[in-house]
Each structure stands twice: as C-alpha cells, then as structure tokens.
Design a protein around this ligand. Structure first.
Ligand SMILES: *Cc1c(COP(=O)(O)O)cnc(C)c1O
Length: 371
C-alpha cells in the first residue's frame, strides 16, 4: 500500500538529532520561550528573507494574531472587510472572524486553485481593508497583481503561507517577504515543514507589528506580570522549536524532492479523464510551487479514488466541503460559488512527499494512465 503521507518515514531519519535536542532542552531546564525558540525565530526569519519571525502556537493563531495586531495598531477596526478565497482551508476564514473582522469570499481560478485577482478588485468596497491571500496547495498566489491592487486601494496584505514554506518567485532566487506584507505559517506535522505537534509562526518586516505580536502571543506582556495588551497564550513550544531547528536545514532539499515528483506527474500522467494542476510559470524549476499537495481534477472522483485504493494507492480530498457550505456558517449555505463548488466536487490529492520512492511514483502514474 502506498500511503498518502507517511509521517513516520518522513521523521525517522531525524531520530538521533531529535534525541539530542530533547536531551539539551530537558537538561537546559528552560521550557518556554527559550533559546531554541529564539534560534528558530532568527533562522526562519532569515530563511524567509524577513526581519522578524514570531513563533506562535499554531497556524490559526498566527493568522488571528496578525489581524489582532493590526487592530491594536489602529490599522484595522472591528467590522472591517477582509477579502479571502472561497476555497481555502477553514482556518483562514476562522482567523478573520475571531478577530471580529468580516470575511468577503472571492472565487479562485479553476486552473490554479488560487484566488482570482480580477475578482478582488470587483469585491473591493470602502469597507475593504485587507486581503488574505492563500498560497493553496503550495503554489504562490499571483502576488505581483495582488500587491498592486492592494497598493492602489490602500489595503493590507496578509499571506496564509501554511502550505507554502520555501516557495518563492523565480526572480528573487530565494524566499523574500515583499513590501509590508506579513506571512502566517503552520508547522502542523503534515506541512512541508512539520513539527511533532502543533506550531506556527508569523514573518514580517514591519517592526511595529512585530513588537505588538511578540507581546500579544505572550499574554500581551513584555515584562513578566506587566500587561500592555489583552493578549493570549500562544507561544511556539520550546521542544517543537528544537525539532524545527533540525528540520529547517532540509526544507529546501525536501521541497526539491516534492518538485521532482510533481514534474513526473505533470509530464507522465496522460489520461483524458484527468485534469492536471496548472503551475504558473515562474522559471523552469517551479520555485513558486512547493507542492504541499498535488491536486488533480476528475469528473467521477469517487470512482477514481476507489480504483486507486483497490490498486493500493491512498489518496485524499482537500477539501470535501467548501467553507460556505459548512454547518458552522448556516448564513452562507444558500450562497453559490460555482467554481469553488466544482473544485470541491472534483479534486483528488495524489501521494506526494519527500519519502515517496521512484518506483512508487511510477506505480501511481502507471495506474492512473490505465484508468
Ligand atoms: C494548516 C493550515 C492552517 C492552519 O494551521 P494549524 O497549524 O493547523 O492551525 C491555515 N491555513 C491553511 C491554508 C492551512 O493549510
């Protein structure tokens, strides 16, 4: 059986390094916001080409705290509208709501699954104050266009980078946080950079925002027992930071392995019933895509999924129900977003990970081509 994502196999090579880190944290005796968190914040900021990294408890908190930080700074106000893609993972939308802001759902492009910039402009009103761009499945949204729209309309740009660690536009030659943008990351175990538990981070060049966020994540306090803001407890765990310090060193090579598998899928899968994802060309090496997921579309998904399972290939659906059709949002259930609904009916994620072997990839391709 080819499992969709074999986390044990992904983490096994790090066993010795993890044990050393565990020992060092254990005997260091400092378990919250210690030197591992600090080291990770320094390394990950540098890796992302940004000045500041703030380690937090998870990806949802990273997003929520960004919005709360902007409210604290007076750059956003309760009730402001935030544009967000309709087909994102629920966390993007929950973050907006938890910060008392109003999500405005905007359809993606069918081909790339990422937000359609033409529709951002159409949905921008005087109440719109920010865009939450999501780099879904690991491919960067069309940030040059989005940044330009934001500039013209005086909007903040927040990036949900929970699926896109290490992606960059070819012209930069490495990751770089653009303009005053701020990025939210998740280190949930299944992400491209995954911990052995929950974790998250915010990355930005904005020193005012960073200062507020360092405080907000820690009870709104900079000096112990003195509280400047109504904060939360959402700190990146010291042990998780220690593990992430180990794994960050291999992120680029693991992304490269994902890309080479994706390249094989893109060139070798040949079946009329299968629609392959469109990768916007940003140089030949797909640096703008880190293939967190490889998501195809097909008319009769249940049939394809059952067929592959019978052949011993596990697949997943990201995601089966769009946010506006979730029970959690009854007021949205009557809304119609045809592109999003089509995506949710047709998508299927194929196995992709740094530990998938050449033979396994060939086996997946062969069986899809025979379908
Ligand atoms: C995983 C994910 C999140 C949330 O991350 P958690 O660490 O699970 O809270 C947010 N947005 C997207 C797009 C994600 O994939």
């Amino acid at each position: 059986m080819i499992s969709f994502l074999d986390l044990k196999k992904i983490n096994a090579p790090y066993e010795t390094a993890f044990q050393e880190k565990l020992k060092s944290v254990l005997y260091g005796g400092w378990y919250i916001l210690g030197k591992e968190v600090k080291a990770f914040e320094t390394s990950f900021a540098a890796y992302c080409g940004a000045k500041y990294c703030i380690g937090v408890g998870n990806g949802l908190d990273a997003l929520t705290l960004i919005f709360k930080g902007y409210i604290q700074l007076g750059k956003l106000q309760k009730g402001d509208e935030v544009i967000v893609p309709t087909n994102t993972y629920i966390a993007s939308i929950l973050a907006i709501i938890q910060a008392d802001l109003v999500p405005v759902l905007v359809e993606p492009r069918l081909e790339t699954y990422n937000i359609n910039p033409d529709l951002i402009q159409k949905n921008t009103t005087i109440k719109t104050k920010a865009i939450l761009a999501v780099h879904l499945y690991g491919q960067l949204a069309e940030m040059d266009v989005i940044n330009e729209i934001a500039k013209q309309n005086n909007l903040l740009v927040v990036e949900d980078a929970a699926q896109s660690h290490g992606a960059f536009f070819a012209e930069n030659s490495k990751p770089k946080v653009e303009n005053d943008n701020v990025q939210a990351y998740s280190f949930y175990p299944g992400k491209n950079l995954g911990a052995l538990g929950d974790g998250g981070a915010i990355v930005t060049n904005d020193s005012d925002l960073a200062e507020v966020l360092f405080s907000l994540r820690n009870y709104g306090s900079e000096t112990k027992y003195y509280n400047d803001f109504v904060g939360v407890n959402s700190r990146l765990d010291e042990l998780q930071a220690a593990f992430l310090n180990v794994k960050l060193q291999n992120l680029d090579s693991e992304n490269e392995q994902r890309r080479s598998i994706a390249n094989r899928y893109l060139t070798e899968i040949k079946n009329e019933k299968i629609i392959l994802p469109t990768v916007l060309s940003q140089g030949t090496k797909h640096s703008n895509h880190v293939f967190h997921l490889f998501v195809i579309r097909t008319g009769n998904r249940a049939n394809l999924q059952a067929y592959l399972l019978e052949k011993g290939i596990q697949t997943m659906i990201h995601y089966p129900v769009p946010p506006h059709k979730q029970k959690a949002f009854p007021e949205w259930n009557i809304l119609s977003f045809p592109i999003t609904e089509k995506i949710h009916d047709e998508v299927l994620s194929l196995p992709i990970s740094p530990v998938l072997t050449c033979e396994e990839v060939s086996f997946v391709i062969e069986n899809i081509n025979n379908y």
